[in-house]
Design a protein around this ligand. Structure first.
Ligand SMILES: [Zn+2]
Length: 228
């Protein structure tokens, strides 16, 4: 029994495999394109500064927003959409969606979808599971609705450190064509994240990279085989 639970735990953490549905951790492409993603916002403490930085670099990113933060900061969510960035669904309450009832998970998804629509989002809404967790109920619901669950392959852990040099080097070491880079604009101010984003935009652009939204990246290539 313990072995089974341990196996389920490993499976729930694995970045490129799930039991049902379509999960992306990166895209298989030769083109030098990557997607910047910002999670857990919108946050008045951080999101406006991220928007100004992206505007200065003339780059579009993808923001996986938490429903209750959209509800608290509707104008800010609408501003992110109006500035041409992609908005995705990162659940309503950012609670772990593992071993929850289908109705609870469904409510977390649909409530946030409705808030995103109010903020001006049109077309397909991508989803990102809170804490990158997935198992059974969530993947089954996403598959039933033909929804894509978007994870990441470049994880600088900017929720755990605000050392700009460290965040920068972690991203530059891991980024490759088709990468999905995980950063955070949620909750508190993140000066290290902001500084690192500025540096990697300069550095990767100098290497010939272009920054695109997750949907633009998905349109470029295929989903690589799971690396379990
Ligand atoms: Zn999150």
């Amino acid at each position: 029994m313990l072995a089974v639970l341990a196996g389920l735990y490993q499976l729930s953490k694995a970045r490129s495999f799930q039991v049902f549905g379509e999960l992306y951790a990166r895209v298989e492409t030769q083109q030098k394109m990557v997607a910047l993603t910002f999670d857990d916002g919108p946050s008045p403490a951080n999101t406006p500064a991220v928007l100004e930085l992206l505007a200065r670099h003339q780059v579009k990113a993808t923001f996986f927003m938490v429903g209750r933060n959209i509800e608290a900061h509707r104008e800010l969510a609408a501003r992110v959409a109006a500035e041409g960035h992609q908005l995705g669904n990162h659940s309503y309450s950012h609670t772990r969606l593992v071993f929850r009832s289908p109705s609870f998970v469904q409510e977390e998804i649909s409530r946030t979808d409705a808030l995103l629509r109010e903020a001006g989002v049109r077309g397909e809404i991508l989803f990102r599971a809170p804490f990158g967790k997935k198992l059974f109920v969530l993947p089954w619901l996403l598959a039933r609705e033909h929804r894509k669950d978007i994870l990441f392959d470049v994880v600088p852990d900017d929720h755990a450190t605000q050392d700009a040099a460290l965040i920068t080097s972690r991203i530059l070491e891991a980024a490759r064509p088709g990468s999905i880079i995980l950063l955070h604009d949620g909750w508190a101010a993140k000066p290290g994240t902001l500084e690192a984003t500025d540096r990697i935009l300069q550095s990767l652009k100098a290497q010939g990279y272009r920054f695109v939204t997750v949907s633009e990246l998905l349109a470029l290539g295929t989903n690589p085989a799971p690396d379990l």
